[in-house]
Design a protein around this ligand. Structure first.
Ligand code: NAD
Ligand code: WQD
Length: 349
């Protein structure tokens, strides 16, 4: 039985929600993050939500000695690897930083795991590895496609690296979770997404318009081959996504191996449908402006989540209403994200 799980990138948007679900399920949880794109306030909030103790180390996965010390001390049974840079546009401008941080962190982590005898890893991959998908809905058998940015390529490369490591050592269990579009926040409104500057992604942008921080939503293109001409995506509530990791751990406890799962709802919503749903959630009309297409975007992307249901006994429970409700609740309660709060002094190491 697995008891202790290390969440790499645990202070971030998805990592903090994973920590909540792990603690709720009784796992000892160790979060490791260098706080490059996060705040340790989220770690305190995780404890507030769960009423349980979380162990947090502020550390960088590029520093192998430090990470080795943490593994020797903590001896986790499995790692959930969420640490990395994730902004698509930025990765085009700073490819070296993205390849260096995302690939080197992963390789050093695997080396530390090998040295300290930890043989289970769950990796945060992305639907981006499918490129412009060859089939809709996307199953895990859909071939990986041509990826248009360095960020996405790091995901695809890491999937390959982990596959090769598994091929060389069959006891090294790997689960690749391909996330679709995670949105929303914990229903408590205590943890959520805290983008720096202008949000790159649709729902964080809408959230800032809803609370009056920005004036209008820019719709990137209305001439796609979709029912209303705007891009269609498979949005998934971040709490459902986090629960998917607990289900993946349970699968790993039973059988190791190499497995790939799509984590999405299987339902696509257009940009305009998401804005409509958000308007209902916040009770206001939101101004929208039609802009040209964003380079690199595809028309339509949603998954077939049947494999995760069959093999992980997991399926998304929340719909677009709850996703928008919880996003708005978080944004209202934390208009400046974690920024307005004094940095909590909870670095334990
Ligand atoms: P996030 O930026 O909120 O979390 C990533 C965390 O990793 C941050 O807290 C950051 O400080 C930390 N980090 C980065 N480099 C590190 C390093 N070298 N050492 C230690 N910590 C480091 O992002 P997120 O949205 O929570 O995403 C988590 C993972 O899921 C990422 O790998 C991302 O690529 C992947 N993913 C995200 C989405 C999405 O839409 N949010 C979709 C698919 C996949
Ligand atoms: C959704 C839709 C846009 C912003 C990205 C990454 C992907 C994954 C998830 C990490 C699209 C439109 C957006 C805006 C808009 N991340 N849009 N106005 O591009 O599907 O996925 O996040 O792995 O790799 O590429 O998400 O939220 O940016 O866009 O009209 O201000 O909203 O064109 O149709 P995307 P998104």
């Amino acid at each position: 039985m697995m008891k202790k799980i290390l969440v790499a990138g645990g202070a971030g948007y998805i990592g903090s929600h994973i920590c909540v679900e792990l603690l709720n399920e009784g796992y000892e949880t160790v979060s490791v993050d260098n706080l490059y794109n996060s705040s340790d306030v989220s770690m305190k909030r995780v404890e507030e939500i769960t009423g349980k103790k979380l162990k947090f180390y502020r550390a960088d996965f590029l520093m192998e000695d430090v990470i080795t010390d943490i593994f020797e001390k903590e001896r986790p049974d499995a790692v959930i690897m969420c640490a990395g840079y994730k902004a698509v546009g930025e990765s085009v401008v700073k490819p070296l930083e993205y390849y260096y941080n995302n690939l080197t962190s992963l390789m050093l982590l695997c080396d530390v795991m090998r040295k300290t005898g930890c043989k289970n890893i769950i990796f945060s991959s992305s639907a981006t590895v499918y490129g412009d998908p060859a089939e809709i809905p996307i199953t895990e058998d859909c071939p990986k496609g041509e990826i248009t940015n360095p960020y996405g390529r790091t995901k695809s490369m890491i999937e390959q690296i982990l596959t090769d490591i598994h091929a060389a050592d069959r006891d090294f269990g790997v689960i690749l979770l391909r996330y679709f579009n995670p949105i929303g926040a914990h229903p408590s409104g205590l943890i959520g997404e805290d983008p720096e500057g202008i949000p790159n992604n649709l729902v964080p942008y809408i959230a800032q318009v809803a609370i009056g921080k920005r004036e209008a939503i820019h719709v990137f293109g209305n001439d796609y081959d979709t029912p209303d001409g705007t891009g269609v995506r498979d949005y998934i509530h971040v709490v459902d996504l986090a629960k998917g990791h607990v289900s993946a751990l349970r699968k790993m406890e039973k059988d190791g191996g190499l497995n790939i799962y799509n984590l999405g709802t299987g339902k696509g919503y257009s940009v305009l449908e998401v804005i409509d749903a958000y308007e209902k959630a916040c009770g206001k009309k939101l101004k929208r402006i039609i802009d040209p297409r964003r380079p690199g975007d595809i028309a339509c992307c949603y998954c077939d989540p049947a494999k995760a249901k069959r093999e992980l006994n997991w399926e998304a429970r929340y719909g677009i209403e709850e996703m928008c409700r919880d996003s708005y609740n978080w944004q209202m309660k934390n208009p400046d994200g974690y920024g307005a709060f004094e940095h909590a002094k909870i670095c334990f190491s």
